[in-house]
Ligand binder design. Structure first.
Ligand code: HPA
Ligand code: ZN
Length: 334
């Protein structure tokens, strides 16, 4: 079996995926048209040409603009369903999906429109595609703490549909400590927590995510390597990092995949997982991310299998469920 097919076939969980980041240009145009929204770009090709980013912020500007075509519940449903079909084709068996309610409520779209559309598609995917799921609600860190509190209070009506809270958007200048009190309230309400930290921001932000937000996983976290005591902490506690290799190249966190520190982080004994972040914008879904790493670092089948195992051990699923998938993966490399 060639490596490409092996990567496609191995059971995987995806733990770092922004549903708004799966909006493919063709879908974006179709939704703009049916919702009567005028776009700045007059073709799918022109839009694709705009997908060149210098850093996180230059991406976020286009990503928030694109999300403007999502208006009705059916739009959120179709967005999610299209992602699930792609995930199914790559044998993704479990997804933990980020959504950004504030991106939509700020434009006058109701919280329930967003969550019901996404959740109904995920429920159908669980029944008909055999992909299990959980939802992670992210707060936009460039907005004030008070807005995050407001979003959390809206989420309480949908508590049974949301597993965890997260933190995303512009990292520099918006440290995790800004949301310490919001996360305290969220944890009291029973939500687990994760946070983007150490993508562009310094190692101190990863410390804050651990200490102030009590996170179970760090999203990105690649800048941890700059702080040996932080590496010790992450290794000792086996806090997973949800790394997104193609995203890191597109947003110029590293110049090339060969220069990515993924292998160095692995060699430090950390639990790393491979994820696609915003696949419609970064040129690949989860299998393409595994393949890019394999190409750059000559990973063996055993290396790939270990990363797939990590994706399940880091997931918010029962130990029994983890064991089932891990056994399946081990059988593939026997
Ligand atoms: N970082 C921060 N915010 C985001 C990202 C990311 O990679 N993708 C979507 N929102
Ligand atoms: Zn992300």
């Amino acid at each position: 079996m060639d490596m490409n097919i092996f990567i496609q076939n191995i059971p995987k969980a995806e733990l770092h995926l922004h549903i708004e980041g799966t909006l493919e240009p063709g879908t974006l145009f179709r939704m703009a048209e049916r919702n009567g929204i005028r776009l700045k770009y007059n073709s799918v090709e022109a839009l694709r040409r705009a997908y060149r980013f210098d850093n996180l912020q230059s991406f976020l500007d286009i990503y928030y603009e694109g999300a403007g075509v999502l208006q009705k519940e059916i739009d959120f449903y179709e967005l999610t369903w299209e992602y699930l079909l792609k995930a199914k084709a790559q044998n993704v068996r479990h997804v933990e999906i980020f959504f950004d309610p504030q991106t939509h409520t700020e434009r006058g779209i109701a919280f329930e429109t967003v969550i019901n559309g996404i959740y109904d598609a995920l429920s159908d995917g669980s029944r008909n595609l055999d992909i299990s799921f959980c939802l992670i609600m992210c707060f936009l860190r460039h907005l004030p703490e008070s807005d995050a509190f407001e979003t959390l209070s809206q989420a309480l009506d949908f508590k049974d549909k949301i597993t965890a809270v997260g933190l995303d958007s512009s990292e520099s200048g918006n440290p995790p400590s800004k949301f310490k009190r919001v996360f305290e309230k969220a944890r009291k309400e029973g939500f687990l927590s994760v946070a983007h930290a150490g993508e562009e921001g310094p190692p101190e932000y990863i410390w804050e995510a651990l200490q102030d937000l009590n996170v179970r996983r760090i999203d990105h976290g690649v800048r941890a390597l700059e702080d040996p005591s932080l590496i010790n902490e992450l290794r000792h506690r086996q806090i997973p990092l949800t790394v997104c290799p193609l995203s890191n190249i597109k947003l110029c966190v590293f110049k090339t995949m060969q220069e990515h520190n993924f292998k160095k982080l692995l060699d430090q004994g950390l639990c790393l997982t491979v994820n696609s972040d915003d696949p419609a914008y970064f040129g690949g879904y989860v299998a393409e991310n595994y393949l890019a790493l394999q190409n750059a670092f000559q990973f063996t089948r055993n290396d790939i299998a270990q990363l797939a195992i990590n994706s399940f051990s880091a997931a918010f699923i029962s130990e029994d469920k983890k064991d089932i998938f891990i056994e399946q993966i081990k059988k593939m490399v026997e």
